[in-house]
Design a protein around this ligand. Structure first.
Ligand code: AMP
Length: 197
């Protein structure tokens, strides 16, 4: 019954950590970016509407994103817990998620902020561009995505900090080390992996 969010700039390692944490805590990792990319790849109506925003490094409009996440969270596997990676990204999305959780009489257990400095994330995404060929990993688009993060998403960290659910973790270091920092941060709030339950 663990409900978690991962917040951090592009290239902080959210996707990598999400997969590991989902496995450890026995909850589905839900990445809005992955869902959008698979819709683009499959040529769905949603994919057609989202593609230009993704390629430009802009956020997809809240109306589309909120509808998508409502559907996804309503699925059976997310009933008892989930790990959201890349959602919410705007204050409007926070409001939407709050309403959704309130309607189910549940709440978030913790919000994990993964931090990384700009030079590090630009370098990491440059490497990923070569490996994965993501259309939005070119240096120019990466810099824009970082601006969008700073303007629209970074303020969410203060919101969750005021709610006393924030766990802040340094995302620089090797992957295992960062995972350990996150699990230690969650453990200090009484949130343990499924085997420890
Ligand atoms: P990500 O995989 O999280 O880096 O997301 C890749 C792209 O998908 C973003 O740059 C946005 O264009 C879009 N996207 C993903 N999640 C959201 C969201 N919560 N709100 C708006 N756009 C999103």
């Amino acid at each position: 019954m663990t409900r978690l969010l991962l917040i951090g700039p592009p290239g902080a390692g959210k996707g990598t950590q999400a997969v590991r944490l989902a496995d450890a805590y026995g909850i589905p990792a839900i990445s809005t970016g992955d869902i959008f990319r698979s819709n683009v790849k499959n040529g769905t109506e949603l994919g057609k509407q989202a593609k230009a925003f993704i390629d430009a490094g802009d956020n997809v409009p809240d109306s589309l994103t909120n509808a998508l996440i409502r559907d996804r969270l309503a699925q059976d596997d997310a009933k008892d817990g989930f790990l959201l990676d890349g959602y919410p990204r705007t204050i409007d999305q926070v409001r939407e998620l709050d309403e959704f959780l309130a309607s189910r009489e549940t709440a978030l257990d913790a919000v994990v902020e993964i931090t990384a400095d700009i030079d590090e994330v630009v370098a990491r995404l440059g490497k990923r561009a070569l490996e994965q060929g993501r259309s939005d990993d070119t240096e120019q688009v990466v810099r824009h995505r970082l601006d969008v993060y700073r303007e629209q998403t970074a303020p969410l960290v203060d919101v969750y900090s005021e709610r006393k659910v924030l766990v802040k973790v340094d995302g620089i270091g090797d992957i295992d080390e960062v995972t350990e920092r996150i699990t230690a941060g969650l453990a200090s709030r009484g949130i343990g992996p499924r085997d420890a339950a």
